[in-house]
Each structure stands twice: as C-alpha cells, then as structure tokens.
Design a protein around this ligand. Structure first.
Ligand code: BGC
Length: 382
C-alpha cells in the first residue's frame, strides 16, 4: 500500500517528567499527595535513572522521535535559583535520545508547579507570566543546542478546567471566573515565554500541546452548541497565541457527539474510541497554517486488547488528514510507559511498555510491536 506520510515524518511516544521520573517531592502535586488529596506518585516508573534503558526500548520499537518534559521544580527549586546539576541531567537525557537516533520534543511545563510558586498563588499570581518566561528562557539558553523542538506548555485549557472549574486537580477550585482568568494568564505566559525563548535561541522551533476535542452536534441546536464548544475549547487559546507559535501540537483523546446514543468501544477510562475524531480536529487546525504534530494520542488498556488496533486506526486518521492537505509531521503515542495518571493514580495503563512498579521491570506489550510494524511499513513504502 502506498502511504501518504511525508519524508521525515516522526513516529514516537510521549511521557511527562512527574508522571514517569520518580523522586520529585517539591511540587504542588507532591504536596497535595502528602495531604492525601491526590494519589502518591513516589518513585513511579523510575525513568529518572532508567531513561537509557527506556530509550533503547523506544529505539528498538522503531521510534525516530520522543516527547518528554523537564520538571520545573527540579530546575528552579527556589525562585530565581537554577540548579545546574539538573540542567546537566537533562542535557545527558537529550544527548542520549539523539545518540539513539530519536529527535527530542521537549515540553517545558506539563501541569506541575514548584512549591514556591503554588504557595504564591500559582498561575494566578500576578508575576506568573514573568517567572514562567524567565524559567523557559533559562532552560532553552542552557539546553537549546540539544533539541530543536520546544513545547512551552501542555494542555492549558485542561489544566485550567481541572484545577479551577471542575476542581479535581490542585488547587481544587470550582469557579468559572478563575477558570477564565487562568486561561488569560496562561496566554500571557505563553506569549512572553515565546518571546524570551526566541531571544535566547532564535532558530529553535517553539510550539504548544493543545488538547482538542471532536465536538459534534446531532441536530440544529446541538450543532450550534458543538460549534460554540469547538471555539471555546479548541480554538480560543490557539487564536490568542497564533502569532507566538511555530507549530501546533494536538493531543487527541475525546469525541463528544450531543444526542448520540450510539455505542462506541471504550478504553479502561470509559472514554469513547473514535479515530475519525482525530481527523476532524486535525482538519480543524489546518486554518492556522502551521506545521502540526499529534503530540499525544492513546488509551488506557491494561489487558492490551484494543491498543494495537487503536494505533492503526488513529494513524490512518492522520493519513486521511494529510490527504486533505493538513501539514501533519509527526505522531506521538501516549505513553511510552505505564505511569502516574494524575488523580487516577497507577490504575490506568497507557503504556506501549508495561511497568512493574514494584521491581521496575519493563515488559514490551504486543501493541508496541504492532506500532513498530506500522512504522516499518510506512518506511518501506517510500
Ligand atoms: C495529559 C497526560 C495524561 C493523558 C492521559 C493528557 O491529557 O497530557 O499527562 O496522562 O492525557 O489522561
């Protein structure tokens, strides 16, 4: 079969620091875990010490890129004091990726805040855009030579919604006004960070990872409502930063059709499996006229019954979008490893690779081989 992926297309997987590294005790999630409001993360997958082994697995699975994040609380444990040792740790990590033939995509902020910042009001503290952009600039100044692709923040609207509207993540607020204020603060922070990063390293590619949802309507009124939600959830943030992003990362997990009682297959989290939704959100993002990367897409599937097919169908949806002229340049499965799934703890299993949290042992799942085979078939069709 002739496949439509452009040369140099990236296939890989994604993780985030707090979810896989282990040993991080000085951020807001660790503080909440001590209070008993969220599950304890502890040593999780011990990726901080096992990264070489994990990258070797990714390489063996045919990946040519990898998305990870750096932990703000490690790098700036005290406001304004940057820890050079941690910078050197991440330098080693990024060099290891490159030496194993994988292009790093580095997220600067994936949900967790250093203690000192959350105590000052977190993202609603008036100085947030300033301290955030200073941190971003510092990291890229030091590590910009090690990676070409930098993602300023992960899923700002999910962060705002879960922490300030639904009240299920720190700081557990349920307040529509704060939900909106947080989004404005994150827009400011993103823009300022973009400018600072570009001052430090003009030629790196700087983007965002945005969770977009395939909202659909079943009739006239529900279609209007779905259109509103597409604007509010998918586009509003992107519209505000379109001048300050070189590429757009799309994280896709959700399809929501109002008035639809059709039964879809579900992941272990109860989320509908609906690959056509990925094509739809990619086509929607075409209007930004920027390169697009699917920076996350995955499912919890402890028994690994659906994951292989899920990946095949979602990658096919990416291909359909490419055929429609969308400039998609990469696909990252979430996640390389089973890891700490935030408020859900260690129950959900998203990994291509199973993690035994007791022994640290890794076991490659069958679906990881399916993905490998797919990556090879794309390579061979060129
Ligand atoms: C987040 C990840 C999370 C995944 C699965 C995304 O929203 O970026 O941190 O683990 O979804 O829920």
């Amino acid at each position: 079969m002739v496949r439509k992926f452009p040369d140099g297309f990236y296939f890989g997987a994604a993780t985030s620091a707090y979810q896989v590294e282990g040993g991080i005790e000085n951020n807001d999630w660790a503080e909440e875990a001590r209070k008993g409001t969220v599950p304890v993360c502890g040593k999780t997958a011990e990726h901080y010490t096992k990264f070489k082994q994990d990258f070797a697995i990714a390489k063996m699975l045919g990946h040519n890129a990898h998305r990870l994040s750096v932990e703000w609380a490690r790098i700036e444990p005290v406001q304004g004091r940057f820890n050079q040792k941690e910078i050197e740790h991440y330098r080693t990590v990024l060099r290891e990726l490159k030496s194993q033939g994988m292009e790093p995509f580095v997220t600067l902020w994936h949900f967790t805040l250093p203690d000192w910042l959350s105590k000052k009001g977190g993202v609603l503290s008036p100085s947030f855009p300033f301290v955030f952009s200073k941190y971003c600039r510092h990291v890229v100044e030091k590590l910009g030579a090690e990676a070409d692709f930098w993602i300023i923040m992960n899923e700002p609207v999910v962060f705002a919604s879960n922490g300030y509207n639904r009240g299920v993540w720190p700081p557990f607020k349920k307040n529509v006004l704060s939900f909106l204020r947080v989004q404005s603060s994150l827009v400011k922070a993103h823009r300022e960070a973009y400018r600072q990063i570009k001052k430090a390293k003009e030629f790196v590619q700087v983007g965002i990872a945005k969770n977009n949802i395939d909202f659909c309507g079943g009739n006239f009124w529900s279609s209007i409502f779905a259109g509103f939600l597409r604007w509010f959830w998918n586009k509003r943030f992107l519209n505000s930063i379109r001048g300050e992003t070189d590429f757009i990362g799309i994280n896709f997990y959700f399809h929501k059709k109002f008035g639809d009682d059709k039964h879809h297959e579900k992941s272990d989290m109860g989320w509908d499996i609906y690959p056509a939704g990925l094509e739809s959100v990619l086509v929607e993002a075409k209007s930004y006229e920027k390169p697009i990367y699917v920076t996350e897409n995955g499912l919890a599937d402890a028994k690994d019954l659906r994951r292989g097919q899920y990946i095949i169908e979602h990658v096919a949806a990416v291909e359909e979008a490419i055929k429609k002229g969308v400039d998609v340049r990469g696909y990252f499965y979430w996640s390389l490893l089973d890891n700490y799934e935030w408020a859900e703890g260690f129950g959900p299993r998203f990994g291509l690779v199973e993690t035994d949290y007791e022994t640290g042992k890794r076991t490659v799942r069958n679906s990881a081989e399916v993905y490998k085979h797919l990556i090879n078939s794309v390579k061979n069709s060129r």
